[in-house]
Ligand binder design. Structure first.
Ligand SMILES: [Zn+2]
Length: 153
């Protein structure tokens, strides 16, 4: 099927391409994903200048741009800072069928929020400030979805 582009007389053939690619994680995110997969441990890192703890860890502090190399383990529990309910469907990119909830969780010991799925909760019962705990995937694959979702404590 072709579509006319405006009234220019030009016709286009709309289509999609799927593109496989590899993304080098670097040493900081490599350690984060490796220990998440192998040990079910969640690492952040601390800025030596401003003292903020980032999860996931970063190469450089986004606040003061200092190189960060001090890792700190944070908890698998935390507080829900904010959330949204996803009700629309986007093919190929969503981890779940809508509707589902995405939240930003400040893990215990961290100063920043981690965006992740919320599970084992009725969407109408989600509240900012609720306590959450990570539920790990049974067969980890070395990515952020090794945390299956966060559930209420
Ligand atoms: Zn800093």
């Amino acid at each position: 099927m072709t579509v006319e582009l405006g009234n220019t007389g030009t016709r286009i053939y709309p289509n999609r391409i799927r593109l496989r690619y590899n993304w080098w994680l670097g040493s900081v995110m490599g350690r984060f994903y490796r220990d998440l997969k192998e040990k079910k441990r969640i690492w952040g890192n601390t800025c030596p200048d401003c003292g903020l703890v980032y999860v996931p860890p970063k190469e450089n502090c986004p606040t003061c741009f200092t190189k960060m190399n001090e890792f700190v383990e944070v908890g698998d529990t935390g507080n829900l800072l904010t959330y949204t309910i996803v009700r629309y469907k986007v093919p190929f990119v969503q981890p779940l069928e809508p509707p589902f909830a995405l939240g930003i969780i400040q893990l215990d010991g961290a100063d920043t929020g981690l965006t992740h799925l919320l599970g084992e909760v009725d969407l109408d019962d989600i509240e900012v400030g609720m306590r959450l705990k990570a539920v790990f995937r049974d067969e980890p694959q070395g990515n952020l979805l090794d945390i299956k979702y966060f559930r209420p404590l």
